[in-house]
Ligand binder design. Structure first.
Ligand code: GSH
Length: 251
């Protein structure tokens, strides 16, 4: 028995979704609407007390944290291997996954929460929003939600996130100029991680990420979107967010 609790194919939720699709593993899909705070419901908190998504349940075992969750998926199930054999490439894959999760991702996420998540919920009754914040178990998530809901991200922190995103796009383009994939010569969990974080970059950062300035990032994104597993995964999108991936369709 395998059940995945997830939101849209995007960021952390998209990582196990795409990894499972690449392995060809069937699972029961349990969609949680992040904008309706489904992840903070008492039933879900019984499963994942942190109140974050995704969460994978395999034979009664509860697994959280999307990046180690992908490694679990690759290790546990049959299907094409998604981690390189060589120690050097495996190191490089993990180096990048750490960079995506700890530096690039949080900066992109702050911008996304300020321009998309906040405005998507802001018009609701402030008392209802405050009650929703009180139900969030993790302090870091409570702070992110409060800032998004009440437009409280400071100009300094948004500027710093924008600086980190621009810097990271440069680092990624340089890497992909020397290597076709994140780990080096083979497609891996590192690409799955990076794609989920970056598939919409040409739309959200059009001046920084485009065919002229970052041709290698564009080719990398298009190659991943060309894979049957990515097509299958993005078909599961329920909101207009999923539409953004179509920008990567080859002309
Ligand atoms: N490090 C965790 C982060 C999980 C996380 O924060 N997920 C976001 C969605 S991408 C979430 O659940 N946000 C909802 C919330 O904060 O209420 C992971 O990689 O799984």
């Amino acid at each position: 028995m395998l059940t995945l609790y997830h939101w849209e194919p995007n960021a952390n939720s998209g990582k196990p979704m795409l990894a499972l699709a690449e392995k060809g593993v069937a699972y029961e899909s349990h969609y949680l609407d992040l904008l309706k705070f489904d992840q903070h419901s008492p039933e879900y908190l019984r499963l994942n007390p942190d109140g974050t998504i995704p969460c994978l349940v395999h034979d009664g075992r509860v697994l959280t944290e999307s990046t180690p969750m992908m490694e679990y998926i690759d290790e546990t199930f049959e299907g094409p291997p998604l981690r390189p054999i060589s120690a050097r490439e495996r190191w490089r894959m993990r180096w990048w996954m750490r960079y995506f999760d700890a530096y690039f991702g949080p900066s992109l996420s702050m911008i996304g929460w300020s321009v998309f998540v906040g405005p998507a919920v802001r018009q609701r009754d402030p008392q209802e929003l405050r009650a929703a914040i009180d139900r969030i178990p993790l302090e870091t998530r409570r702070i992110a939600w409060r800032k998004a809901m009440f437009n409280e991200f400071s100009a300094e922190e948004l500027d710093e996130s924008r600086r980190r995103v621009v810097f990271s796009i440069g680092v990624l383009e340089k890497h992909l100029t020397a290597h076709p994939w994140i780990a080096g010569d083979s497609y891996s969990l590192g690409d799955i991680n990076g794609f989920n974080l970056g598939y919409a970059l040409p739309l959200t950062q059009p001046e920084r990420c485009n065919d002229q300035k970052t041709p290698h990032i564009m080719e990398w994104l298009r190659s991943i979107y060309g894979r049957p597993a990515a097509r299958e995964t993005w078909k599961k999108a329920r909101t207009h967010m999923g539409e953004r991936v179509k920008l990567l369709e080859r002309g």
